[in-house]
Write a protein that binds this ligand. Structure first.
Ligand code: ADP
Ligand code: ZN
Length: 534
């Protein structure tokens, strides 16, 4: 029996060492590289930081011709091209930032066979002129690979759909003998399936890496005073570390960045509303300097390759588990311990539901967005290992708890919330049946607690039989109960105004057919947070 050959063909290893300065392939890179060098197509699902770029860069350099890389972000394109040039690779890009002269020069070089790798923005490829240019390259010096990065952008129901990606499908197979690659860090089976069919890659080698990032500690805390909570996290655990803080709106980004800066954190903002020059300057300061904290909308980070990001914090709940996973995946690419921290509150849920209701798009799209949000909320409300939940969500279930997430480190105390849930549901039902009214969280909690507010008196809600039946639980306690019932699908936010109705499981809970387990944490966690000193 011959000894097994080391993974990676000789030519691939030679390029890896000479050009990139790495000793060996990592994880499942060699499998992908070998398949593509052999002329096969590949679908590559690897978590952020796993090293997807090398999967196409190496075959592009080993095979004859120019490697074609579709990449959606111009900033990222520049970084990649700069890095490749520094390594002696003849890399170019084609995007909307170039002048006609610059473009003409790139075209000339392409046709002369002087380009190893070309990065192209997807919108460039929908035009006929670039297509015919590439046809000439294919017929002349050759195309070595056709790589579609961030391939999940082709998924119409995904969190990051880009219409230009749909047009890429007709380029697949256009140049016979050129292997096509689709790469993404999105891991759900649904996305995998969709990008495979849309890009006609059924016959490809599919490499789905493990999505576990063991060095990332996942923590999700009840949102109380998010700025203070965030500052405490930074001061207690990440003083002087580089980090990314995600917020939903540009406004929240600005306020948080300013506030952190006033409290001695080297924080800078990043969002689409900022002047392009400031944005670029802030991004490069984050990449270049030590210990900078970027406060950003999700516009920031796709493809950011900074290995030593020590924490990613979300002060608003992300729209989907996929988004959350990609964003948190930017922490700890160097493999050293890193924190993924999220503060999550009831207001977020109401607001996100409103976004979905008001969004353009058909009913199916809204249902999908709603399902995405529900999965995210279920993760937030998990009473068991977060990592196991995450991995199961990505179709990679595990047998054991991870020992490195908040629910593992501090097991969550749960209580039987069935009776509380029934009280709350009855209140919603009584208002509907007896008064034909719907109300939001505030009024419902006031009724449960038996508070005679002007609004309660105005509507004579103190006459309801449910008035005061929940006085044994505090305001805060009820908010926690409600948040969890929404996440579990027992209660739902019924409309734009945040009024509440029965969720999918509501009727079963009312009838006592479905027990409700709730986390005990809101008040305790908030108290522990403000009280504990490290
Ligand atoms: P992804 O695109 O999957 O998020 P990247 O391609 O940006 O990841 O790679 C992440 C980091 O890992 C980069 O700094 C890259 O240089 C490094 N890297 C990739 N492959 C290897 C390898 N085989 N050996 C050492 N470092 C690697
Ligand atoms: Zn765990």
């Amino acid at each position: 029996v011959l000894p097994a050959a080391p993974p990676g063909t000789d030519a691939a290893l030679e390029v890896l060492r000479r050009v990139f300065g790495y000793e060996s392939f990592r994880g499942r890179q060699a499998e992908v590289v070998d398949a593509v060098i052999g002329g096969g197509d590949a679908v590559v699902l690897m978590p952020t930081g796993a090293g997807k770029s090398l999967c196409y860069q190496v075959p592009a350099l080993v095979r004859r011709g120019t490697g074609l890389v579709v990449s959606p972000l111009i900033a990222l394109m520049h970084d990649q091209v700069d890095a490749l040039r520094a390594a002696g690779v003849r890399a170019e890009f084609l995007n909307s930032t170039q002048s006609p002269d610059e473009r003409a020069e790139v075209e000339r070089a392409l046709l002369a066979g002087e380009v190893d790798l070309i990065y192209i923005a997807p919108e460039r490829l929908s035009g006929g002129s670039v297509r015919s240019l590439l046809d000439r390259v294919a017929a002349g010096p050759g195309i070595s690979v056709f790589a579609i990065d961030e391939a999940h952008c082709v998924s119409q129901w995904g969190h990051d759909f880009r219409p230009d990606y749909l047009a890429l499908a007709d380029l697949v197979g256009r140049w016979p003998g050129v292997p096509t690659m689709a790469l993404t860090a999105t891991a759900t089976e649904a996305t995998h399936r969709e990008l495979t069919t849309r890009l006609h890659l059924e016959g490809a080698t599919h490499v789905v890496a493990s999505f576990d990032r063991p060095n990332i500690q996942y923590r999700i805390v009840p949102k109380d005073d998010p700025k203070q909570q965030l500052l405490k996290l930074i001061r207690d655990e990440h003083r002087g570390d580089a980090g990314i803080v995600y917020a939903l709106s540009p406004n929240a980004v600005e306020q948080t960045a300013t506030w952190l800066a006033e409290h001695g954190v080297d924080a800078i903002p990043y969002h689409a509303g900022l002047d392009a020059r400031i944005r670029a300057a802030n991004q490069s300061r984050f990449l270049r300097d030590d210990g900078v904290v970027v406060v950003a909308t999700i516009a920031f980070g796709m493809g950011i390759d900074k290995p030593d990001v020590r924490f990613v914090a979300h002060i608003d709940v992300p729209k989907s588990v996929e988004g959350y996973y990609q964003e948190t995946g930017r922490a700890g690419r160097d493999g050293l311990p890193a924190t993924a921290w999220l503060a999550y509150g009831l207001q977020d849920v109401v607001q996100q539901r409103r976004f979905i209701d008001q969004s353009v798009g058909d009913a199916a799209h809204k249902r999908k967005q709603s399902a995405n949000l529900d999965a995210m909320l279920a993760l937030c409300e998990a009473v068991t290992c977060r990592r196991r939940q995450l991995l199961a969500y990505f179709g990679q279930p595990t047998e054991t708890d991870c020992g490195n997430c908040d629910t593992c480190l501090n097991p969550v105390e749960t209580w039987d919330g069935s009776v509380a849930a029934q009280k709350l549901l009855s209140t919603i039902v009584r208002l509907q049946r007896e008064r034909n009214q719907r109300f939001g969280a505030g009024q419902i909690v006031d009724i449960l607690r038996g508070k005679r507010t002007p609004r309660v008196e105005q509507h004579q809600h103190d006459d309801l039989s449910v008035f005061g039946i929940g006085s044994d639980i505090s305001d805060r306690g009820w908010r926690s109960v409600l948040r969890q019932l929404i996440a579990q699908g027992v209660v739902q936010v019924a409309d734009d105004y945040g009024t509440l109705g029965l969720g999918r499981l509501g009727p079963a809970v009312l009838k006592g057919e479905h027990p409700v387990r709730l986390r005990h944490d809101l008040e305790k966690a908030a108290a522990a947070h403000s009280g504990s000193k490290r």
